[in-house]
Design a protein around this ligand. Sequence first.
Ligand SMILES: [Zn+2]
Length: 82
Amino acid sequence: MILQIGGQEVGATSRQRIEQLAGRRLRSIGDGDGASLPGESASYEFLRFRCGTCGRRVRRIHIDERDLPRCPQGHGVLERES
Ligand SMILES: [Zn+2]
């Protein structure tokens, strides 16, 4: 087994060593619930905004058209990138 943190390989170990550390237990139905796959979700997309003055970027998963994201530096409403 290769160990990665933030996509960087940091070492290797064996299933036996993991079992020694964590104790052996059988997996059962529901053990994978709540797990997420690496990468961005296919269930939603990030809405990307950028300030035309300072270039500050902001991502949202939801926006209210009546209250669009504004530049935290005070440059007004951000422009939608995607
Ligand atoms: Zn700005």
